[in-house]
Design a protein. Structure first.
Length: 490
């Protein structure tokens, strides 16, 4: 049976569906955690600036480790790194879900300070998975079908996006928040089984033997760059943007970036080959991917609070409202990926970002009396824009690089996504917290969720949300202009 799969003309699809189990697990997890944030904030009695670290702890670690893991995978092999990542992710998910019990055993009063370190460790595992999943998929599809493969991958992401909020919402409502973490363990076991069966050791164990000398200095500097920038952005709203620690963080970021560039240009086998960025398609593609996820992450982070606080929906209802956001990716992913293979990329990437920007700006004008029809219309415009943009943009990025660089390019794509996610959450939190502070309110979550309609407290939160979405909408338009102006994107 296994030999017939390995020799099949459809082997690329067997690999695709094996990798899809890992992608589903990751996206289901992120969707469930996003829905759980208001519940966790009330459970642990913490503010918006603290609860964001349930997401940021993992996302920061993934962002800082993606490039090292991508390069390491190109050196020692994608299959072993991917399998190790899945195993570790499942174990750390069990620990994250058991934070309250572990805190009680060791005598720590607030479980949030137990959960966050486990979320960091989940981030290490997530980096191993993300740095390899897309690289493996793109390596088995021929160049003229890459858009189709990535479009299908987008549909899998969309399916996970549908299931994540639904599963998360119903687990929180009818079981407990712990299960949004515990459910990852059996899903990871399924991923390990499918991947071990389908992937050949010969093809995926060592992808670039000439890369045996690993760039540890580059890996350290890249980690320092991302951590200094993202931690600084994430803490600016809570400690003050003019504080010494924030200024020092930006200085560390700039110095690390300068040293990293000089080192990578000098080192014979750099972790990140800077010549990759000579390709306009890759540079604009990675940059616009970052901008797109600024908008996506701010939407995912803020909208559950708005729906529960202003419109008074339950977590289960919120999860169902967010389903169309993911359905759009399921429906449009393969469609736009295939069409971009045939008709070119630029028309889809540009129009997708424009639609996303329009949707975000419309979302910025929501209020306590927004109708369900208007709410869903705005979400669908934004969601369709994101779905139209993603597969063609990713195809453009991979088509502009050689196959032996696909590990580090896959890491770059995921890095732009994760750093966009982290930055989007940090920026959204900073804007909302600053707006609420200007009206004399703290950013504590429970008072906002329990606030009466028409109260100044709730009004300050909604105004902050408006500023967030309008800002992110304008950012999408900037990405669209960049794509439209680059001549080498077909």
């Amino acid at each position: 049976m296994r030999n017939s799969i390995l020799k099949s003309s459809n082997y690329k699809w067997y690999v695709f569906f094996a990798m899809a189990t890992g992608s589903l697990t990751n996206v289901i997890h992120h969707g469930a955690v996003s829905i759980a944030l208001p519940t966790l904030a009330k459970e642990f009695d913490v503010s918006l600036t603290i609860i964001q670290w349930v997401v940021l702890a993992e996302a920061l670690t993934i962002s800082s480790m993606l490039l090292p893991m991508g390069k390491l995978s190109d050196t020692i092999g994608r299959k072993p790194m991917y399998l190790l990542g899945c195993l570790f992710f499942g174990l750390m998910s069990l620990c994250s879900g058991s934070s309250t019990y572990i805190a009680a055993i060791i005598g720590i009063s607030s479980p949030i300070f137990i959960m966050i370190p486990f979320r960091v460790l989940q981030g290490f595992a997530g980096a191993m998975i993300q740095a390899n999943g897309m690289a493996i998929v793109t390596s088995v599809f021929p160049d003229n079908e890459r858009g189709k493969g990535l479009g299908a991958h987008g549909s899998i992401i969309g399916t996970g996006g549908v299931l994540g909020p639904i599963i998360g919402g119903f687990l929180i409502t009818y079981a407990s928040w712990n299960w949004i973490f515990w459910i990852n363990a059996p899903l990871c076991l399924l991923t390990i089984s499918a991947t071990s069966y389908v992937l050949t050791s010969k093809q995926f164990n060592k992808t670039n033997l000439k890369s045996a000398k690993f760039d540890w200095v580059g890996a350290t500097l890249s980690t320092l760059i991302l951590l200094s920038l993202l931690v600084t952005l994430s803490n600016g709203s809570s400690v003050g943007w003019s504080s010494l620690s924030i200024i020092a963080g930006f200085i560390v970021f700039l110095i690390s970036l300068i040293f990293f560039i000089f080192w990578e240009l000098k080192f014979s086998n750099p972790m990140l080959d800077l010549s990759l960025f000579k390709s306009p398609a890759l540079s604009v593609g990675v940059g616009s991917n970052f901008l797109s996820f600024l908008g996506i992450s701010s939407f995912r982070f803020i909208i559950p609070f708005f729906l529960q606080a202003a419109l008074k929906y339950s977590p289960a209802q919120v999860s169902l409202i967010l389903v169309p956001n993911a359905v759009a990716r399921i429906l449009l992913g393969p469609f736009t990926g295939t069409l971009s293979d045939k008709y070119g990329i630029k028309i889809f990437t540009t129009s997708g970002l424009v639609l996303s920007g329009i949707g975000l700006i419309l979302l910025g004008f929501m209020h306590e009396s927004t109708s369900f029809l208007n709410l869903m219309t705005y979400i669908m415009i934004f969601s369709f824009g994101s779905a139209i943009f993603m597969p063609p943009n990713q195809a453009s990025i991979f088509s502009s690089s050689l196959k032996n660089n696909h590990g580090v390019v896959s890491a770059l794509v995921n890095l732009s996504r994760n750093s966009g996610n982290v930055s989007g959450i940090a920026i959204a939190t900073a804007i909302v917290a600053a707006t609420m502070l200007a009206f004399g309110f703290s950013s504590d979550v429970e008072p906002v969720i329990n606030a009466n309609a028409g109260s100044n407290l709730l009004g300050s939160f909604i105004l902050g949300m408006k500023y967030v979405f309008i800002t992110m909408g304008i950012i999408q338009f900037i990405g669209a202009i960049a794509h439209f102006r680059v001549k080498k994107i077909i």
